[in-house]
Design a protein around this ligand. Structure first.
Ligand SMILES: Cc1cc2nc3c(=O)[nH]c(=O)nc-3n(C[C@H](O)[C@H](O)[C@H](O)COP(=O)(O)OP(=O)(O)OC[C@H]3O[C@@H](n4cnc5c(N)ncnc54)[C@H](O)[C@@H]3O)c2cc1C
Length: 472
């Protein structure tokens, strides 16, 4: 059922008699989840009960109530879907390094399974958990269509080097995903339903970055958004995806980030739509090649979020231009409050603060201007990552670290004509944007003064400026 190369052993050992636990982390869904299916397969073979645990950590990489709220509401739906299959969801609170081994001991588990995430924090959790348990522990890549370690065994230079590798393996991995089956063992009765209200009340995260209303979390809303995109917007994707005044993007990134929809399911559904080819190819290039390239970068480059992670040519050229005079220098607070001299940049920042999702094209311009208007590339990268992780619903993601490193440090890009501050890193400017789309319309839509209060928070009632997903 499951291609065995999706599975990596984190800790070996003879399986013990005892329940199988799937520690759900990056892939927060009941359906189309290879990690859950793998755990279910072991439980059936060994005739043991199956449970899913989720560990709610008090702090995660600058995430605020906006992202936690989206995640917790999605988990509520996961619990209901699992209950219908007789599988309990157990919610743990605190540090996974302590809570997962504790749960293994409490439930006398015989096998632990988790999902794959290339980020440092997740890898360190897994290593430390493996050292504290004495049962087999597997990791399943259910986020990449081609498992990250199968697509490539090394850091790739760019889309042009990983694309042929992924394409060669697509027919093997882009297959139909079997449904989750009902468990016979009615273990869920031992666990009372989760008190979600209490769980939300226990969160100690920053509540100043408010939840947004235009997008509804959860697996059902994710599927509706996908189908609405396929029916209404996919055909314009190739032509309009770089125009932030158009509604051509899928809006799937928040769902993909929290694993509320399977990337494999998205690709399968998009491929079913036979026309127009250019739109399908353009979408799958972003959704498969670019997205999976980001996991490759974070998996094989431990410095994925620092200057040292940039390619040698980019480090050299940025070093040569360190002392260049900057026309404008802004502090973090000025960026955060969208108070630069550039109305286009301010509009992009406002779109992110008010909706939690800046248009993809604007993200490139936005990050490149942060390089231009800070004292060093290190500061630019830190500001970009901080703002991205704090305000974007899809932040704290390999795509985000790679997006920042592409914009500021030439990652997955090539050298361009040399100019001040940027050196040979690709440059973008206002005039270029003006040639591509109606910048005045975009600025008008997200005028900072109209949308942000003095403290940078959205003015009341200003959260619904983008297309409501069909799931809302
Ligand atoms: C500075 C900067 C920061 C970014 N931060 C994030 C982030 O935090 N989280 C995030 O998911 N993406 C990030 N991106 C990549 C991209 O902008 C978003 O994935 C995209 O805008 C999400 O909107 P969508 O789902 O409507 O996109 P669509 O265009 O409909 O694309 C569908 C999916 O393809 C993938 N994709 C699209 N563009 C890219 C890309 N350039 N690189 C990798 N995957 C891509 C995403 O998973 C996306 O959800 C960033 C890019 C830059 C330049």
């Amino acid at each position: 059922m499951i291609d065995q190369s999706r599975i990596r052993t984190i800790r070996q050992g003879e399986p013990k008699a005892g329940p199988v636990i799937y520690w759900m982390s990056r892939d927060q869904r009941a359906h189309d989840n290879w990690a859950l299916l793998h755990a279910q397969g072991i439980a059936r073979r060994t005739r043991q009960p199956l449970a899913v645990v989720f560990c709610l950590v008090p702090h995660f990489l600058d995430a605020a109530i906006r992202q936690y709220g989206f995640m917790v509401r999605g988990l509520e739906e996961v619990e209901s879907a699992l209950r219908r299959k007789n599988i309990p969801l157990i919610l743990l609170f605190g540090d996974p390094i302590k809570e997962i081994p504790r749960s293994v001991t409490t439930h006398h588990a015989g096998h632990l399974v988790t999902d794959f995430n290339p980020l440092r924090i997740s890898r360190s959790w897994k290593e430390r958990i493996a050292a504290r348990i004495d049962i087999p522990f597997d990791e399943v890549d259910t986020h990449n269509i081609v498992p990250c370690w199968e697509a490539s065994s090394k850091l790739e230079f760019g889309a042009y080097t990983i694309r042929p590798k992924i394409k060669r393996l697509l027919s093997r991995f882009l297959t139909e995903i079997p449904p989750l089956r009902s468990e016979k063992h009615n273990w869920k009765e031992s666990f009372p339903p989760i008190d979600w209200k209490g769980a939300r009340a226990s969160l100690q995260v920053d509540s100043r970055v408010a939840e947004v209303e235009w997008i509804r979390p959860g697996e059902a809303a994710a599927r509706k958004t996908l189908h609405s995109f396929i029916s209404n917007h996919l055909k314009q994707f190739a032509e309009w995806r770089n125009d932030p005044t158009q509604e051509a993007l899928s809006n799937l990134s928040p769902y993909l980030h929290f694993g509320q929809i399977s990337p494999q399911r998205v690709a399968l559904e998009v491929r079913k739509r036979k026309q127009p080819h250019a739109a399908i190819d353009a979408f799958l290039e972003e959704h498969i090649v670019r997205r999976e390239l980001s996991d490759n970068f974070c998996f094989y480059n431990p410095a994925y979020d620092s200057f040292e992670g940039f390619p040698a040519w980019a480090q050299k050229t940025l070093n040569e231009h360190r002392k260049d005079k900057r026309e404008y220098i802004y502090a973090l607070e000025q960026f955060e409050l969208a108070r630069t001299h550039d109305p286009l940049w301010n509009a992009a920042q406002t779109q992110m603060i008010t909706t939690g999702k800046m248009h993809g094209f604007m993200r490139m311009y936005w990050a490149k201007k942060i390089l231009e208007w800070t004292s060093s590339p290190e500061e630019a990268l830190a500001v970009t990552i901080y703002l991205n992780d704090r305000y974007e619903l899809d932040g704290r993601d390999p795509n985000g670290y790679v997006g920042a490193a592409w914009s500021i440090g030439g990652v997955h890009d090539q050298a361009w004509g040399e100019r001040p501050v940027f050196g040979k890193v690709r440059y973008m400017n206002f005039a270029g944007c003006k040639r591509k789309f109606d910048v005045d319309a975009y600025i008008q839509r997200y005028t900072a003064d109209r949308h942000l209060r003095g403290d940078g928070q959205p003015a009341k009632g200003d959260l619904c400026h983008t297309r409501r997903s069909s799931g809302s």
